[in-house]
Design a protein around this ligand. Structure first.
Ligand code: GLP
Length: 243
């Protein structure tokens, strides 16, 4: 696992964009695994700029997203489909027909079958990850066991607390989500974790301990052959991590 400590969030975003740009330039037909949350927003802004100003071409790129809330239609401002359109897809020359975000409304079992079929047919070149304060990846919540494939997850109270800032009230935060499983994530050729915000506990367990612990799904990154963790110096200093 490669750990990069950047001076600030702007630098984290630029370095993360460099990794995605390299992937797209090396293989213009690549498949990107994408993530939502505030951590990758700066990277998406930078990629949009590079597409607009520097000709970075997404016309043949495919994408699949980590997760989606159950109960939010794609038109809902807090749905992850809406997030991806407004933060990235509307600003680059990707064909939206080649982008996939699981459907959170309608027949959930059917949506899960579709999600798993898409993942079975996808060979993800780089999977972008944020991390929850409790170490969750996508919506794989800490627990005694973790799932391999895409599944429906019941959100932990701490995740509902962390994500309520995006909703009018805590009651409006969905209680369930569809998420890629840990197996889907770990099968990506490369993992790119972007860490921002108060993730001290999760980062202590990932960077300062040696255990692989399902109670902190982020620790599974250590099992991957090509995982990159990008964090800001202030967070590294806060947990006493020395590169
Ligand atoms: C949500 C998403 C995760 C994301 C996490 C952290 O729970 N399902 O994929 O990593 O939020 O979000 P943020 O980057 O806003 O801290």
């Amino acid at each position: 696992m490669k750990v990069i400590v950047a001076e600030n969030h702007g630098e984290v975003s630029r370095l993360a964009a460099d990794i995605l740009e390299e992937t797209v330039r090396a293989n213009p037909c690549c498949t990107l695994g994408l993530a939502t949350g505030s951590s990758p927003v700066g990277m998406y802004r930078e990629l949009s700029r590079r597409c607009r100003e520097e000709g970075l071409d997404f016309s043949r790129v495919r994408s699949v997203n980590l997760d989606e809330y159950v109960g939010l239609a794609p038109t809902h401002e807090q749905s992850y489909r809406y997030f991806m359109d407004s933060n990235l897809f509307d600003h680059i020359n990707i064909d939206k027909a080649n982008t996939y975000v699981a459907k959170g409304t309608g027949d959930i079992e059917e949506n899960l079958r579709e999600f798993n079929a898409v993942l079975d047919g996808a060979d993800i070149d780089v999977q972008v990850l944020g991390v929850g304060p409790d170490g969750h990846l996508g919506f794989n919540e800490p627990g005694d066991t973790l799932c391999d494939g895409a599944h429906k997850e019941s959100l932990d109270e701490s995740t509902i607390d962390a994500n309520q800032r995006f909703f009018a009230s805590r009651d409006d935060v969905p209680r369930f989500a569809l998420t890629m499983g840990m197996g889907n994530i770990l099968r990506a050729k490369k993992l790119l974790m972007i860490v921002s915000g108060h993730k001290e506990d999760a980062m202590r367990r990932l960077l300062l301990s040696e255990s692989i612990d399902p109670h902190c799904p982020a620790t599974f990154l250590r099992l991957h052959r090509d995982a990159v963790v990008l964090l800001e110096r202030s967070l590294a200093d806060a947990i006493g991590y020395k590169a």
